[in-house]
Design a protein around this ligand. Structure first.
Ligand code: UD1
Ligand code: CA
Length: 461
């Protein structure tokens, strides 16, 4: 069996945050979750997460995730370091298991790399395998010290390194594969006799070597995968790489993304072929978008279901559904629980909330449709307000099929407009509009002849 031990107990002081570091998100998902998901995808059956600082918050966040949390005691009276973190899992590791060590703050690690590390470790019958990379700037990382045959001797931390060792560009990723029995034995021998006074997991390597065990190096080509996050700058860096990866995946699936650098799609969103996403658009992970849609520029589509051939411009849609061939925006807002049928037009500055709208209806400009059931073929004029709130309670309105609501009308809920009803512009409707009636609810116009001249308000010159 394969297990992982994911280290996530560190404080992350450089984030300067009230939120535990591993709960910070990139592309809408906590960084620790990427690591857990990659491990699971690589067929690692059991995943242990070592938490410490902010541990309760982290655990609560992943209640539904199938992982086992172990708590590393924190405080001046306790030891510290990656080695001590791994020790928290010592009683859980079986002799014949392979244990992958991962970091909760290294979200770009791919399942493919984890799988290959495992394969490499098994094939060569190593007892320990270190994942390494060659980087331009190795500052801060542990350096890989090899012997003349190219085999690993040890890992030296930046703070413990000599000037000569500091020149080495091959670094320790912090990711390893160990054979269970050997890891447990070696963990019992590590100490904290080093520049930081910490228990280093890296010390396991020379301990295994001293016992005559085979230890390997798995050097990866692309160091992007092992980027850790210690600061907000690194958070943005990893976000950028993750965004590139995600957008590339969608493009490969047949979606056009006009400018992938400023298009924000969360992994999990489903988008149909031949849809085109314009810049500045955000699509959250629980959203489903059909085929041949045009989304953007500047849309936010959150937890919503959009049909085929829907065009949405500069608009926000939250927890709503939109059926085929609708045309929305610019500057429309569908708030939660709005359900649009087919072929509907929701135009400039129209807000819809907790309402259903039937096929072929239109609200082209400046309207508020709240708590309403609107039928098919309804025309909602410019400036129509569904008056749904009296300051204490909300009420629903019903507007049946084939009705016409004139511009600037108020429908004071609860109220019903029956089929083929016609509301005159500027009316304030408080009573039922009967089937096929025209309802006018506004004061009649009075014309006062010659009034302007008589008052002398404005002279003709
Ligand atoms: C570690 C490695 C270094 C490697 C680098 C890669 C050691 C001694 N050094 O250094 O060789 O190049 O990672 O990024 O292992 N953690 C705990 N409990 C602890 C201490 C740390 O869970 O007591 C967790 C942290 O939350 C973090 C990870 O372990 O996720 C790494 O810890 P960190 O302090 O960042 O290690 P580095 O000093 O960067
Ligand atoms: Ca680190």
């Amino acid at each position: 069996m394969n297990i992982s031990i994911i280290l996530a107990a560190g404080e992350g002081t450089r984030m300067k945050s009230n939120t535990p570091k591993v709960l910070h998100k990139i592309c809408g998902k906590p960084i620790l979750e990427y690591v857990i998901d990659a491990s699971k995808l690589a067929n690692v059956e059991k995943n242990y997460v070592i938490v410490g600082h902010g541990g309760e918050t982290v655990k609560n966040n992943f209640k539904d995730k199938d992982v086992i949390f172990l708590t590393q005691p924190m405080g001046d009276e306790y030891p510290y370091g990656t080695g001590y973190a791994v020790m928290q899992a010592i009683d859980y590791i079986e002799d014949d298991e392979n244990a992958i060590i991962l970091y909760g703050d290294t979200p770009l690690i791919s399942s493919k790399t984890i799988e290959e590390l495992l394969k490499f470790h098994k094939k060569n019958q190593y007892k320990g395998t270190v994942l390494t990379a060659i980087v331009e700037d190795p500052t801060g990382y542990g350096r890989i010290i090899r012997d003349e045959k190219g085999e690993i001797l040890k890992i030296v931390e930046h703070k413990d390194a000599t000037d000569k060792e500091l020149n080495i560009k091959e670094i320790n990723s912090g990711i390893y594969c160990f054979s269970g029995k050997n890891l447990k034995e070696a963990l019992k021998e590590i100490d904290n006799d080093n520049a930081q006074g910490e228990y280093y997991i890296t010390d396991v390597i020379p301990i295994l070597k001293a016992k005559g065990e085979n230890v390997g190096i798995y050097l990866i080509d692309n160091p992007d995968e092992i980027h850790g996050i210690n600061s907000r700058v690194q958070l943005a860096f990893c976000e950028k790489i993750m965004r590139e990866r995600i957008n590339q995946k969608y493009m490969e699936e047949g979606i056009t993304i006009i400018n992938p650098e400023n298009t924000y799609i969360e992994l999990g969103a489903k988008i149909g072929r031949d849809s085109i996403i314009y810049p500045g658009t955000i699509i959250t992970k629980d959203t489903i978008i059909g085929e041949e849609c045009i989304i953007g520029e500047n849309c936010r589509i959150e937890n919503s279901k959009i049909g085929n051939k829907v065009h949405i411009y500069s608009s926000t849609i939250t927890e709503s559904t939109v059926d085929d061939n609708c045309n929305i925006g610019p500057y429309a807002h569908l708030r939660p629980n709005s359900h649009l049928g087919k072929n509907i037009k929701i135009g400039n500055f129209v807000e819809v909330k907790n309402s259903t709208i039937g096929d072929n209806s239109k609200a082209g400009h400046l309207a508020y449709i709240g708590d309403a059931d609107v039928g098919k073929n309804v025309n909602i004029g410019c400036g129509v307000v569904f008056v749904n709130y009296n300051g204490r309670e909300k009420f629903r309105s019903t507007v049946e099929d084939n009705t016409f609501i004139g511009s600037n009308a108020n429908l004071v809920a609860p109220v019903v407009v029956r089929e083929w009803g016609y509301v005159a512009a500027g009316s304030t409707i408080t009573d039922e509009v009967k089937e096929g009636n025209l309802s006018i609810a506004r004061a009649r116009q009075i014309n006062k002849e010659g009034w302007v001249d008589k008052k002398g308000y404005r002279t003709k010159e």
